[in-house]
Design a protein around this ligand. Structure first.
Ligand SMILES: C[S@@+](CC[C@H](N)C(=O)[O-])C[C@H]1O[C@@H](n2cnc3c(N)ncnc32)[C@H](O)[C@@H]1O
Ligand code: SF4
Length: 419
């Protein structure tokens, strides 16, 4: 397996990654964050009206009582976080899910609580399901200060949607409405490699998104998670690679900038991205936090989450302690995803020299034409992005599928080893 080869090289260790139980959930001792630059806040809303068969994310069917109890617990978690982190500057607040719009009546209260406990300085962003989108909802979001919207369109093509197991929700009209109400960033999520999808249909999806007013598309290769309920399987790796090639071509034709391996945007627009940053705090069931050398994962169970908070305990289920080198490699992974490796940013983050630390890896990648050196550091070439795309899909199935698969079955696992 590729991860078995790459892991020891990039981490300078044969040990697997190991998530262990969080043992400090009773502790309200302040945690001094070493690196507070660009600290993001993510809030997970784990409810959906119906469950899409392809979806791997942590969610349950919406229930009014459960949602109310969850909101009350979330307000407490926000306050508890303040005792740990202090009133830090937050450069963005993202609501993801699940379907955050189902809690529209609570969002104002939640945002107020965030503002009481953190200095919210940047963007306010939310993920929407097309069926949520109405003029009334969008106006409320705008009044609350949201400037970034991401819509899970998946495809504008009805047959493709049906092949994913989703019904059409008047997708085009919904994007037009978002444009009319006016938001700075409009991200459209598209899945490619859907059973029977053709390259022509994919290209039409991309063009339609921008014709209707998208400022960015996030293009996800369809991944068949082991616990998903997909009736039909994704197209092959080879077909997905051809589709990616066409995606790159069509995005060039319409003048888009490639902002990461999976995203293409109109030039000079703010990027929608909740996880590709050095540090983030995640709140809610299944949310992850990353700061300094710790990656934490909250319990996936909504009931257990609420119970823990009501006992005045943090809801963290698992923690992964990065070694010095694995933290650097994690940084490298996400920066390759963002298509550039900035030597100054690396130096600031790790007080080290990227070229020295990864002399061999960077040298080989350059020789293979995967990276190009420039005055800032390195940029990922189109060839490099194909390789990364393949690696990312393998990591998703090997690491994320395994971790989430266990965490959704067991709210408090003892440990998870990733090889
Ligand atoms: C957290 S989901 C939320 C989407 C939103 N709740 C909705 O349903 O429209 C973010 C995005 O991940 C992508 N995604 C979900 N399941 C996927 C899968 N199995 N393979 C690839 N991408 C997937 C979809 O594009 C989706 O919009
Ligand atoms: S894709 Fe969106 S609406 Fe569907 S189950 Fe996942 S989070 Fe819920």
């Amino acid at each position: 397996m590729l991860t078995n080869i790459l892991r020891p090289i990039l981490n300078r260790s044969f040990k697997p990654f190991e998530f262990i139980k969080c043992e400090d959930n009773n502790s309200f001792e302040p945690i001094n964050l070493n690196n507070k630059d660009n600290l993001g806040l993510y809030i997970h809303i784990p409810f959906c009206k119906s469950i899409c068969p392809f979806c791997p994310y942590n969610k349950i069917i919406y229930d009014e009582k459960l949602a109310y109890e969850y909101k009350e617990a979330l307000l407490k978690e926000i306050k508890m976080s303040n005792t740990r982190y202090g009133k830090e500057d937050i450069t963005s607040l993202y609501f993801g899910g699940g379907t955050p719009a189902l809690l529209i009546d609570y969002l104002e209260e939640i945002i107020e609580k965030v503002k009481e406990n953190f200095n919210l300085k940047g963007s306010l962003a939310i993920e929407l399901h097309p069926s949520n989108i109405t003029l009334e909802l969008l106006k409320k979001l705008k009044a609350l200060g949201f400037n970034m919207i991401s819509v899970g369109i998946q495809s504008f093509n009805e047959t493709c949607l049906n092949n994913l197991g989703r019904k059409s929700n008047n997708e085009s009209e919904k994007i037009k409405l978002i444009k009319e109400v006016g938001f700075e960033t409009i991200d459209v999520d598209l899945i490619f490699g859907i059973p029977n999808q053709t390259i022509k249909e994919l290209k039409e999806d991309v063009k339609t998104a921008f014709d209707l007013g998208a400022t960015q598309i996030s293009t996800y290769p369809f991944i068949d998670f082991s616990y998903a309920k997909n009736e039909r399987k994704p197209l092959s790796a080879k077909e997905k690679k051809e589709m990616l090639f066409e995606l790159i071509k069509v995005s060039k034709e319409i003048g888009l900038t490639r902002t990461s391996v999976w995203t293409f945007a109109k030039p000079n627009t703010e990027k929608y991205s909740s996880i590709t940053r050095e540090n983030f705090i995640g709140l809610g069931p299944g949310a992850a936090s990353l700061f300094d050398d710790k990656f934490r994962l909250n319990t996936f169970s909504v009931e257990e989450y609420t119970k823990a908070i009501n006992k005045k305990e943090f809801p963290c289920a698992l923690v992964l302690d990065f070694t010095k080198f694995s933290r650097k490699s994690y940084w490298l992974f996400w920066n390759v995803y963002n298509m550039s490796l900035d030597k100054e940013a690396y130096e600031k983050m790790f007080s080290g020299n990227m070229k020295k630390d990864y002399y061999l890896e960077l040298g080989i990648a350059k020789l293979m034409g995967l990276l190009k050196e420039n005055e800032k550091g390195y940029m990922v070439t189109t060839k490099g992005s194909y390789y990364f795309h393949g690696v990312e899909q393998i990591y998703t199935l090997q690491y994320i599928d395994k971790t989430w698969g266990i965490a959704r079955e067991n709210p408090w696992p003892d440990k998870i080893k990733l090889y």
